[in-house]
Design a protein around this ligand. Structure first.
Ligand code: ADP
Ligand code: MG
Length: 897
């Protein structure tokens, strides 16, 4: 019974805790050195540490954790030791174990865990192995070893498969279960080697033929590996169980072969765990701004760790070698590795400078997995039998010493360069794709904005153009309207001043087509007026009839109604007629301008030019001196030259024609010319000549230029502005006789300028003038003749003044034959100009020879006789008489004047 009391700890225990072995004191001091969290849930603390820094050079301090497990009495013990108390008494709540020396004396030891005979396999796993497994999952190496006398339950604790009763599963199966539950199959891998170490030989339990596996140690890292061992990849628990079964079968077979017991060999299960993890993101301060965070992507890392589960050989032999004084050699031969392990643990516990790791294969194999940088748990198994008290005490002391072994956990991880490269590649590809997407989006956006901007710009431009066009048209209409009104006013004024005689004058006009037009318009007007009068008469008649009816009081309402309708009809008719009259009047307006010019020309005895000024400028002077202003001039004063000139550029062809006519009419009056030229009228007219598009415009423009060319100052301006070549071009390509007449008139005016003689010739003016005779129209010929006369007169003047000498440029240009031919032209104006020209040419000896040869002498002689004008007759006579050559030729021909 006492034994019960002992077991229950209620016996006469003298020393509450006997600490004869310094281990007790030390064990408590070891405890105080442990990190605060280093209880059984230390795993989480390790995880934190490991994730905080992948550089584990510093490591996590700790020590080998030791648990003691008591096997329940077996059947034999229950019978044999029935009268004896157990040799140990457990105080699991105090984590103490009392080892009885005798009935009254016991020694108490503290362990990290004290597991009673009732401790479940699950609990054993959780307190002994789970922290190590968690640590392995975090990347540390870890070891769980079972140490104890044969038959105390090492294999029961570690290796039970629990096939029939899952609650019986040992640490190996449970560890694998936990590992499998925590890894990611896609990125992580688990492989297993199962070995047996017997008599310093390592056998492969997964491949029995492989019975001498060597240990390889990496001198740099200290990592231990068995390259010759079979590594089996584990994907699930059943395959692992199968593997354990296979290993166990091979172990039994091998031991039978070697004639040994499994208790004399060490079974070593190595689980290799390879996990992919990400290092921490590291914030790097940039050079410029220390606060900015440039986050370096996390590094891909591979953590390689190893869980070693060792079912050690029975410790009884070692006990014996120590306690029973066996020879060391013998002990060595029995189990060298286990004794070496004990020595190493002792050395480590004593902090000895030398740890004899190399003494055995087991210690070499556990080099990186026991103490040192690994997390280690040791479970010491004991039996309750007092008969094995010595073995039990020895086991307890082994465990106590192991508790003093400190270790420094170091995580084993390395960069996974391959996966880093792969990951960076994927990231790069993603970034490239993203960049491309963004670039595309950006380009699209730019294009869209551009398009939008273009659309807006064109819309604004369109609106602006429309508005401008509208405004321009409006202004143009207004100008035209005001011009029209003014014209009407002028006609009214003109009528008042000129009475009926004007109409009479008009009838005498000889201008081509104008008289007919006027007559026709006049006829129409008279007809309309007549019709109007008739209508008025009719209305009056009806009115008086109505009055009669009314007076008479007779006649029905129907008659009155009929008359009223007739009356309304008449009124309507009248209105229409009035409108037609207005239209006719406005048509007459333009004719009036032209008629006005015509009238003045006729008054001057001209050839009926619509545009005066082709003859003597004196006619204008006369007009302007005559006191009254022409209708066009009045218009000019009222409207303003600029406005009229602006109309020259109108887009409406009719407006342009009308405007150029008005300008031409204005230019016919000397008083207006200066203002026209000042306002750029000459340039505008030359432009019209250049941008020839309409014969009327060209004709009228040429006429206006001809008018302006009467003025000496304008003549020079025309030259400067390239007028000669423009006129020459027109002279060569125009067909219309009236256009040619205007051009010839303009050139003829220029021919009268002394200063322009040479330029006129050099720029082709003379040639152009002479070229126009191809058109046989007398009006054109007359202007050509006038030009020749003007030119000859200037030349003659220059020669007389000694400014020039030599033959006439006209003769040089080949004008003489045409002059001679037309000297007796039927048309009086042509004849007169040529007679004058011949006289001028004859005044200089240099021309005489050519003139004689060309037959001009005969013409001159004829002039002296036939010319209707006395002054020319005598001029010709004087000229011939004053020339030696002519005189001698006349003598030779016997001509007498
Ligand atoms: P060892 O491997 O240390 O030589 P075993 O594990 O083979 O010892 O155990 C010896 C015997 O004791 C086995 O029959 C086993 O079932 C039994 N045994 C061991 N430990 C316990 C325990 N905790 N509970 C019940 N039976 C146990
Ligand atoms: Mg065993």
């Amino acid at each position: 019974m006492a034994s019960n009391g002992y077991r229950n700890g209620t016996g006469t225990n003298k020393g509450a805790i006997k600490p004869p072995a310094s281990s007790n004191i030390r064990s408590s001091s070891f405890k105080s050195r442990l990190p605060p969290s280093s209880n059984h849930s230390t795993g989480s603390a390790l995880r934190r540490t490991s994730s905080a820094s992948f550089t584990t050079a510093a490591g996590v301090p700790g020590r080998v954790r030791v648990a003691v497990r008591l096997r329940p009495r077996n059947a034999e013990e229950s019978t044999a030791d029935a009268d004896f108390a157990d040799c140990v008494e457990l105080q699991p709540e105090l984590k103490r174990l009392k080892l009885r020396k005798n009935n009254w004396e016991s020694e108490t030891y503290e362990f990290d865990e004290v597991l009673t005979e009732f401790a479940s396999q699950k609990r054993v796993y959780e307190v002994v192995a789970k922290p190590v497994v968690e640590s392995v999952l975090d990347g540390y190496n870890g070891t769980v070893m079972a140490y104890g006398q044969t038959g105390t339950g090492k294999t029961f604790t570690l290796g039970r498969l629990g096939e029939e009763d899952t609650s019986a599963r040992g640490i190996m199966v449970r560890s694998m279960e936990e590992i499998l539950a925590n890894v990611t199959p896609e990125t992580d891998s688990i492989s297993v080697s199962y070995l047996q170490l017997y008599m310093e030989t390592i056998q492969d339990l997964l491949d029995p033929a492989n019975d001498n596996i060597s240990i390889v140690e990496d001198p740099r890292t200290g990592d231990v590996s068995l390259p010759g061992a079979t590594h089996v990849e584990i994907k699930d628990e059943p395959s692992f169980l199968e593997l354990l079964r296979l290993g166990e079968a091979h172990r039994i077979a091998a031991n039978t072969k070697l004639n040994t017991e499994s208790s004399r060999s060490h079974a070593i299960l190595m689980v290799h765990v390879k996990r992919s993890v990400l290092g921490e993101e590291v914030a790097i301060p940039s050079e410029s701004d220390k606060s900015s965070h440039f986050v370096k992507p996390p590094k891909p890392l591979v953590r390689k760790s190893k869980l070693v589960l060792v079912d050690l050989a029975g410790s009884e032999r070692v006990q014996k070698s120590g306690s029973e004084g066996h020879m060391l050699e013998e002990a060595k031969s029995i189990n060298l590795s286990l004794s070496a392990l004990g020595k190493c643990i002792n050395a480590l516990a004593e902090n000895s400078a030398h740890v004899p790791i190399r003494d055995s294969k087991l210690t070499r194999l556990l080099r990186d997995s026991f103490g040192g940088t690994a997390r280690t748990s040791l479970i010491v198994t004991i039996g309750p039998s007092p008969r094995h008290r010595g073995e039990t005490a020895s086991t307890i002391l082994f465990g106590q010493r192991a508790m003093k072994v400190e270790n420094m956990l170091r995580i084993k991880e390395e960069f996974d360069y391959k996966s880093l490269a792969r990951r960076l590649e994927i990231q790069l590809d993603k970034l490239i794709a993203e960049n491309e997407r963004q670039q595309k989006a950006f380009d699209d956006e730019v294009e869209r904005i551009n398009l939008e901007a273009q659309n807006r710009v064109s819309e604004v431009e369109r609106n602006f153009t429309d508005a401008l066009e509208k405004e321009r048209l409006k202004c143009q209409m207004e100008y035209m309207e005001s011009v029209k009104k003014l014209e009407e006013k002028m006609i009214e004024n003109q009528r008042k001043h000129q009475h009926d005689g004007f109409m009479k004058d008009k009838c005498n006009w000889e201008g081509p087509g104008f008289s007919e037009d006027i007559a026709e318009v006049k006829k129409l007007l008279e007809k309309e007026i007549h019709m109007r009068k008739e209508a008025e008469k009719e209305v009056n008649k009806l009115k008086s009839q109505l009055g009669q009816h009314m007076d008479a009081g007779a006649g029905g309402d129907a008659e009155i109604l009929k008359l009223q309708i007739a009356l309304e009809d008449e009124v309507h008719q009248k209105k229409k007629l009035e409108e037609e009259i207005i239209i006719l009047r406005s048509q007459m307006l333009q004719l009036t301008f032209e008629a006005d010019q015509m009238r003045r020309c006729l008054a001057r005895g001209g050839s009926g030019n619509a545009y005066p000024g082709l003859d003597s400028p004196m006619s204008q002077v006369r007009d302007s001196l005559s006191g009254h202003k022409t209708p066009v001039s009045a218009l000019f004063d009222q409207v303003g030259v600029q406005k009229i000139l602006d109309l020259l550029e109108s887009e409406d062809a009719n407006v342009r024609i009308h405007a150029v006519k008005v300008v031409a009419n204005l230019a016919a009056e000397e008083a207006n010319q200066e203002r026209i030229v000042e306002a750029g009228g000459l340039t505008s007219l030359l432009m019209l000549l250049r941008s020839y598009e309409d014969e009327t415009v060209r004709r009228v423009a040429a006429g206006a230029i001809a008018n302006l060319a009467m003025n000496e100052a304008n003549q020079e301006l025309i030259m400067v502005q390239g007028g000669i070549s423009l006129l020459s071009t027109t002279a060569s390509d125009a067909e219309d006789p009236q256009t040619l007449r205007m051009v010839a008139g303009a050139i003829a005016n220029l021919c009268g300028n002394d200063k322009l003689q040479a330029t006129l010739r050099s720029e082709g003016g003379i040639k152009a003038l002479l070229g126009m005779v191809r058109c046989r129209h007398p009006d054109v010929l007359s202007q050509v003749a006038r030009g020749i006369a003007n030119f000859a007169k200037c030349e003659s003047r220059a020669s007389t003044n000694g400014i020039r000498s030599g033959r006439s440029l006209l003769i040089d240009e080949g004008a003489l034959p045409w002059i001679v031919q037309n000297a007796n032209n039927d048309a009086a104006p042509i004849r007169r100009h040529i007679e004058l020209a011949l006289c001028h040419l004859a005044q200089h000896e240099a021309n005489a020879k050519d003139m004689i040869n060309g037959g001009a002498l005969w013409e001159l002689v004829r002039i002296t006789r036939d010319c209707s004008r006395e002054d020319i007759r005598s001029l010709a006579r004087r000229t011939l008489n004053s020339s030696l050559l002519f005189r001698s030729e006349m003598r030779r021909l016997r001509i007498e004047l």
